[in-house]
Design a protein around this ligand. Structure first.
Ligand SMILES: Cc1ncc(COP(=O)(O)O)c(C=O)c1O
Length: 405
């Protein structure tokens, strides 16, 4: 039997407990949405203020060199590369995840001429599907996007690239990167991993797993702030022949030569398109540095334990159907179906327990182990029980759907 005292004891013994103080969290709130917008690291406001007041304010345009702004995307990318187990020199920060998907999918299709299928998974995140669709329409070369329930079983000699989100945004189910990548390679296909719900949440070993391409968000578990720029990664073996569809001046070998013809920068730096968003990158770097301080094995262990605790406490809750794996194929979230999920989540949020809702009926709870405590899981389930027994969620103010939660 789990009780609150047992969970408080786990918190007291938690090797990650000190990390909570490195975040600003509002009083009285249990934050279970760090998989969507990570919390604010305490060091971020001062760092951003410093970049604004000192670097921008005092150094002005000299800051591009004096403060290394020009290489910021490469520098922070290199740090993210360490977090995701990518080879050195294969990861940069640039643009958004959607744009990076477009860039790397196009590169992948070009690298597999003669193959026409872009294979993905049913239920992949919409932007991944939309971007793939838009790209194939633009190319107008007979490519098609195919979404399969079991993408590994659907691999065949026509698949140019297999595009998968490593941890599913709804259920939290996680693919085995190594075995899926092996299967795709055996079929002659390249693999692109969307790590939006994985980076900073689960241990990743891209290089060891043979991953070809990867993209991911900076604003989720990396705590880079709203709209933080994204990262992308390209395996070293693919960099020399990388054919990118957006060839901007900052991906040029010598941008300040202002030459009329494009010549790609060596390596993954060619995937940087334009001027880096310096303020956002400064904030992202703080989040990434914080994450690099955290021992990933302890983080994973705690994340799984938080999820197990949540699923166990919810087991006798009528009407909630868990859709997250019970074992270690789960990422760092748990999710449940409930026909009144939207109103229930609104009622929870009104009581300071912030999770989110994903249509049509999914309540999703992100478990960010650096700032979530075991007792928070207990208190969440207690609050949910209250919401259900008082039926407060039936209140009209919780029924009306808003565009953004
Ligand atoms: C799996 C996945 N890919 C991509 C995105 C969004 O990317 P962007 O930052 O371009 O909006 C999200 C956003 O939640 C996501 O969950």
């Amino acid at each position: 039997m789990i009780d609150r005292a047992t969970l408080a004891a786990l918190d007291a013994a938690d090797p990650l407990a000190g990390f909570r103080d490195r975040f600003t969290l509002p009083e009285g709130v249990i934050y279970l949405d760090g998989n969507s917008l990570g919390a604010l690291p305490r060091a971020t406001p001062a760092r951003v203020a410093e970049v604004v007041a000192q670097e921008w304010g005092q150094s002005l345009i000299r800051a591009w060199n004096a403060h290394g702004w020009i290489d910021l995307g490469v520098r922070v990318g290199e740090k993210i590369g360490r977090l995701i187990g990518a080879a050195p020199g294969s990861t940069v920060v640039a643009d958004s995840t959607s744009i990076n998907l477009f860039k790397l999918l196009a590169a992948a299709l070009t690298a597999r001429p003669g193959r026409r299928t872009l294979l993905t998974e049913t239920g992949n995140f919409p932007t991944d599907l939309y971007v793939a669709d838009g790209l194939t329409r633009l190319l107008a070369q007979g490519h098609r996007v195919r979404a399969a329930d079991n993408p590994v079983a659907a691999l065949d000699g026509d698949v140019a690239v297999l595009m998968l989100t490593h941890v599913n945004y709804r259920s939290g189910a996680m693919h085995d990167m190594a075995s899926v990548t092996r299967a795709a390679h055996a079929a002659g296909a390249l693999v692109l991993w969307d790590l939006s719900h994985s980076a900073g949440a689960v241990p990743l070993t891209l290089a060891a797993d043979g991953a070809d391409f990867a993209v991911g968000c900076g604003y989720k578990f990396l705590n880079g702030g709203p709209g933080a720029p994204a990262f992308l990664s390209v395996a070293p073996a693919l960099q020399a022949d990388l054919r990118l569809p957006i060839t901007g001046w900052l991906g040029h070998a010598a941008p300040f030569d202002f030459a009329p013809a494009y010549r790609p920068a060596p390596g993954v730096a060619a995937a940087v398109v334009g001027t880096p968003p310096v303020l956002s990158l400064a904030a992202l770097e703080v989040g990434v540095d914080l994450m690099l301080d955290a021992p990933i094995a302890a983080l994973r262990e705690k994340s799984l334990r938080l999820g197990d605790t949540f699923l166990t406490l919810m087991a006798d809750m009528p009407g909630f159907v868990p859709i997250s794996p019970r074992d270690e194929t789960r990422g760092s979230q748990v999710a449940f179906r409930h026909p009144d999920g939207y109103a229930i989540m609104q009622a929870l949020i009104a009581r300071g327990v912030i999770g989110d809702f994903r249509a049509p009926d999914i309540l999703r709870f992100g478990l960010a182990p650096l700032y979530l405590r075991y007792v928070d899981v207990w208190d969440t389930v207690v609050t949910l029980r209250e919401v259900m027994t008082t039926e407060v969620w039936r209140d009209a103010r919780f029924q009306h759907r808003q565009a953004v939660t």
